[in-house]
Ligand binder design. Sequence first.
Ligand SMILES: Cc1cc2nc3c(=O)[nH]c(=O)nc-3n(C[C@H](O)[C@H](O)[C@H](O)COP(=O)(O)OP(=O)(O)OC[C@H]3O[C@@H](n4cnc5c(N)ncnc54)[C@H](O)[C@@H]3O)c2cc1C
Ligand code: SF4
Length: 510
Amino acid sequence: MARLILLLGDQLSAGIAALAEADPADDVVLMAEVAEEAGYVPHHKKKLAFVFAAMRHFAEELRAAGWQLRYTRLDDPENSGSLVGEIARARAALDVEEILCTEPGVWRLRQALAAVPGLTLLPDNRFLIDPAGFRAWAQGRHQLRMEYFYRDMRRRTRLLMDGDQPAGGEWNYDHDNRGTPPHGTTPPPLPAFEPDAITHEVLRLVEQRFPDNFGDLQPFTLAVTRADAEAARDHFLAHALPRFGDYQDAMRRGEPVLFHAHLALYMNIGLLDPLDLCRRAEAEWRAGRVPINSAEGFIRQILGWREYVRGIYWLHMPHYADANALEAHRPLPDFYWTAETDMACMRDAVEQTRAHAYAHHIQRLMVTGNFALLAGIDPYLVHVWYMAVYADAYEWVEMPNTIGMALFADGGIMGSKPYAASGAYIDRMSDYCTDCRYRVKLKAGPDACPFNYLYWDFIARHRDRFARNQRMGPIVRNLDRMSDDRKAEIRADSARFLDALVPAGSRWGG
Ligand SMILES: Cc1cc2nc3c(=O)[nH]c(=O)nc-3n(C[C@H](O)[C@H](O)[C@H](O)COP(=O)(O)OP(=O)(O)OC[C@H]3O[C@@H](n4cnc5c(N)ncnc54)[C@H](O)[C@@H]3O)c2cc1C
Ligand code: SF4
């Protein structure tokens, strides 16, 4: 009897476990665009179009390769609206008993699918370590430091290894990843892919069904096929990877991508293979075309951080979603959706997010994330925002980055101290402050950079907790040395600024 092979929207890989187990002659592949997944957070229009267009193109590839396919479109009048509903409809129509699916990347859906009778979940073979392997690594460790995990992954995959030693002599070249590009440096433009008839149809659907969602749908130039994603990959390796290492932490007005890969969206949906990408980056270094700080820095992000955050997600769900160690309860400010703020750094980060469904890591962590941390915004609301606005956002990767890395809401599972910074950090790494209504050098008063007083207000609010944290000790001692008048000034400036914030309300899930 035929089996049903359920393929989820971010499982667009020909070698994925459920397809590898299946038989094209007998089994039927089920793919479905459903309202439940499209609407559980208010996704950016570009993200919706990217996922649906990539799904439809992948379905065409499967058909061309001889697979029998059952594909439900979002606007199909019979569409049940949920994946479980689509399984039930397919079952009734096709008389199948057994269903195969590769593990989804979100806890909620995993629970729902695990409860479907006859459905077997297979481990996702696109990752380099599975949740059980990560659990074994984590067992008995006092702290789950990414650096040690990463070194184990280097040994395990043999990436960037010379025998049992790290290639180039060091495990980590992070200290060489903090340059800022000199004036006049021109980053390579991203390759742009013209939408074809399938993508145009999806663009019309998204505009019609999600007119009020956040984000600009046009221009839409993302790759939606494997071939185009591979072209984007090759472009990155040839033109941006050589300087990726030097300028990884830099931010520039009007340059959303700089020398970053802009490939997470293609890896996360299944169009690019992470291990293959790492091997290609290593080959560029071995061929002498890119420096070691670029190759190692890039591989560390994928082999280290990407795998590590997934391990943390599965280790700590479902409780991770509710984590709020710093008891932050402020509503998300409206400017996260509108970009209407005088803070030039926040405005630029939100504007480019709205235009491209993209911001690079330091903007996510040290601008929008840092502000939410300092202002004490409710982690769940911040999580919904990050899940909604980026084309690469899936819960297994977004949630630990937001709840753990950016907001320290997990109380220190992911990081030994919060990534909190005043305006000086943003000024050092960007050119935002030269065009800001606030003055980054001022510490107090209505013209001072809000990051400056919010930073100390944050430290003061959590003084007792941070006093117990070895790495925060010197900062707490600096606070303690301040006069009472100075502390009162910080409190007053912060209260004035925070009280004036307009909450986002429920417009976009705020
Ligand atoms: C608050 C916050 C939310 C984030 N949400 C997401 C998300 O939803 N999806 C997502 O893929 N990444 C997320 N990240 C991680 C990182 O910011 C993005 O992977 C990266 O910006 C994607 O752009 P890029 O492809 O140009 O990456 P590059 O900077 O060029 O890095 C190369 C690759 O390394 C991987 N990578 C780098 N940093 C991380 C990280 N911290 N965690 C996991 N993978 C990493 C990505 O696959 C990325 O494509 C988030 C980070 C923060 C601080
Ligand atoms: S002065 Fe402060 S608010 Fe303005 S851009 Fe610089 S860091 Fe951002």
